[in-house]
Design a protein around this ligand. Structure first.
Ligand code: CO8
Length: 259
């Protein structure tokens, strides 16, 4: 088990809860934090008993964006060369295990972008999302102009990126940025329950389902449907498909073996 400076890791059965933990800076995403997050995800991806990752912050902030104080004096080559906006940061998008962002409080700039890199977002009723980079003389740098546009469409994304306006949890749910809004006091329990539900299913099948949904963002409809069909066919080569359907026919709960 690693000890991290900027993250707290908790294990809840097959679910890993990763908490961003720089409370004094509202979890601003320093190089140390993004590097540690990437290391933690490497370890969780390899860990045979972890099925799902939940990423969360504090009551006040999921993450308030890039650490402005540490990048404000950077020149072009400093940011171009830096790992801050590169592979370490993108580690979430290559994670094959499902990831859920549980967002309470501020998810701004890079914080909103990191939440959007997860497979879906559960929001506390206190959550606020925004891409305020424009207000400090820059623009989103970790997928904000791209992922936000695909989540919520051009008009909403343009307005948020060009004005920096923050939206609340209700608006975020209405426009499809988050899958559900949950009372703040119940966010963590609900996120863990949702993750445990996913973890109760066949892991290889869950990974295939995630891979298929992601394909919708990367290819044409016809190719995506073909890709899905191949994975659907492949699921019939697993023991877990046999078990799942036999259990249904026999009116008993399935015992998935992740095989
Ligand atoms: N960076 C560094 N420190 C921060 C940040 C930040 N992004 N956000 C908050 N803090 C610090 C504050 O400076 C303050 O520290 P101190 O007590 O030492 O003065 C402490 O956290 C508490 O913050 P506030 O006192 O400001 O708290 P408020 O409740 O008054 O306000 C806000 C909360 C509205 C969230 C406010 O802090 C804010 O506007 N923060 C900045 C939000 C922002 O502009 N984010 C976008 C940053 S740019 C970006 O993310 C580009 C992404 C590119 C890729 C990222 C790769 C990592």
């Amino acid at each position: 088990a690693h000890a991290f400076e900027t993250l707290l890791l908790e294990r809840h059965d097959a679910v890993a809860l990763v908490r961003l933990n720089r409370p004094k800076a509202l979890n601003a995403l320093s190089l140390e934090l993004t590097t540690e997050l990437s290391q933690a995800l490497d370890a969780l991806e390899r860990h045979p008993d972890i099925a799902v990752v939940v990423l969360t912050g504090s009551e006040k902030a999921f993450a308030a964006g890039a650490d402005i104080k540490s990048i404000k004096d950077c020149g072009f080559m400093d940011v171009y060369d830096s790992d801050l906006i590169s592979s370490t940061w993108e580690r979430l998008t290559t994670c094959r295990k499902p990831s859920i962002a549980a967002v309470a409080g501020y998810a701004l700039g890079g914080g909103c972008e990191i939440a959007m890199m997860c497979d879906f977002i559960l929001a506390a009723d206190t959550a606020r999302f925004g891409q305020p980079e424009i207000t400090i003389g820059t623009l989103p740098g970790a997928g904000g102009t791209q992922r936000l546009t695909r989540y919520v469409g051009k008009s909403k994304a343009m307005e948020m990126v060009l004005t920096g306006r923050m939206i609340d949890a209700v608006e975020a749910e209405r426009i499809g940025l988050v899958s559900r809004v949950i009372p703040a006091a119940e966010l963590e329990a609900e996120a863990l329950a949702t993750a445990k539900k996913i973890a109760s299913f066949s892991r290889p099948i869950v990974m295939m389902a995630k891979e298929a949904v992601h394909r919708a963002y990367e290819t044409t409809l016809a190719e995506g449907v073909r890709f899905e069909r191949r994975l659907f066919h492949a699921s019939f080569a697993t023991q877990d498909q046999k078990e799942g359907m036999a259990a249904f026919a026999e009116k008993r709960p399935p015992q998935f073996k992740n095989r």
